[in-house]
Each structure stands twice: as structure tokens, then as C-alpha cells.
Design a protein around this ligand. Structure first.
Ligand SMILES: [Zn+2]
Length: 174
């Protein structure tokens, strides 16, 4: 059976084939591999904590970009295909000036993942402060903020693939 892997379509076929093998491997497969690699969940529990987490990353790497006004976990974002998070900018005229309000929404499934996965999605949404499209400059900015960005995005997609195959959540809250 040649199982379709919607979260991994952008990756080379040979890599997808390795993932299919891992998925069939049960005890030696994908889930144990992810858990060995990332044993611990992060401790960001609330929207307020997520806001601080995001602002800290932003201040460290993108000090001159617009401020982020609001950051939250959103249970209405169904992680389908490409939408892992959402970044919205609303431009409003304030005191005769055009001011942009930036809001970042992170899919609620990121509440129960390792820190590396949360960092990946936050870095991704922060990079959209500068680059709207997923172009080369965008991914360079992601890799500047988190040098392992591409590895983490791949591993997030592996985890989503595991969940889509009716796999259990691996970092459920204690
Ligand atoms: Zn994006």
C-alpha cells in the first residue's frame, strides 16, 4: 500500500518512503523515535505564558519588527495541511497614522508538544512579521531565529502524520 502522507508531500519521495516504513514498524517506529528524541513537553500552559514566550523570542531576534499585540492558543485551528498557526495583521488608522496590529494564533495541539516544536511554530509566525510569503527570505529568517528550524518543522510534520494515523498523543499533560 502506498499511503499518502499529506503533511510530508513537499519532501523527497525517498524520505516519505522511510516514514512509511517507520509507520509500519510499531514498537520500533515513528512514535518511539520521536519520544526518544524529544522526551519532554514544554511548560507553556496559558495564553499569557505563550505571549511572553513569543515576545522574548521576538525581542532577541527581531527587535525592530512591529510589536506583536496578541498571542494565543486557538482550539479552532484544525491543523490541516499547511495551517499550523495563523498570523494576522489588521491595519487601523490611529491618530492620523496607519498602525498595524499583529496577532498570532497557534493551534491548540501545540500546548502538548516539546519545546522545539513550539519554538518552530512561533518562529514561523514571527517570521511573517517581515515576510508574508513562504519564500527564500522567509525561511532564511526562520533559520536565523532557530538554526534547527527545518529539522523541527520536519519532526512536527512527522508527529502530525503519526496523529493522523490515529496515533495517541505523545506528550499529553500529566
Ligand atoms: Zn506561514
Amino acid at each position: 500500500m502506498h499511503r499518502d502522507l499529506p503533511y510530508l508531500r513537499a519532501y523527497p519521495e525517498a524520505l516519505q518512503e522511510q516514514v512509511r516504513t517507520l509507520l509500519r514498524d510499531g514498537a520500533n517506529g515513528l512514535a518511539p523515535m520521536l519520544q526518544r528524541k524529544y522526551p519532554q513537553a514544554h511548560a507553556v500552559r496559558t495564553d499569557k505564558a505563550l505571549y511572553h514566550y513569543t515576545t522574548e523570542l521576538k525581542n532577541r531576534h527581531l527587535r525592530n519588527a512591529d510589536a506583536v499585540n496578541k498571542v494565543l492558543f486557538d482550539s479552532k485551528i484544525h491543523v490541516v495541511r499547511n495551517a499550523l498557526g495563523l498570523h494576522t495583521s489588521i491595519s487601523r488608522v490611529q491618530g492620523g497614522k496607519l498602525a498595524a496590529k499583529h496577532e498570532i494564533r497557534v493551534a491548540a495541539m501545540f500546548k502538548q508538544v516539546p519545546d522545539e516544536f513550539l519554538r518552530m511554530i512561533v518562529v514561523h509566525e514571527l517570521a511573517h512579521l517581515r515576510e508574508r510569503e513562504h519564500n527564500k527570505a522567509f525561511y532564511q529568517l526562520c533559520a536565523y531565529m532557530e538554526p534547527n528550524y527545518h529539522q523541527y518543522e520536519f519532526d512536527v510534520r512527522l508527529y502530525l502524520t503519526h496523529l493522523e494515523g490515529a496515533g495517541a498523543r505523545l506528550w499529553a499533560a500529566a
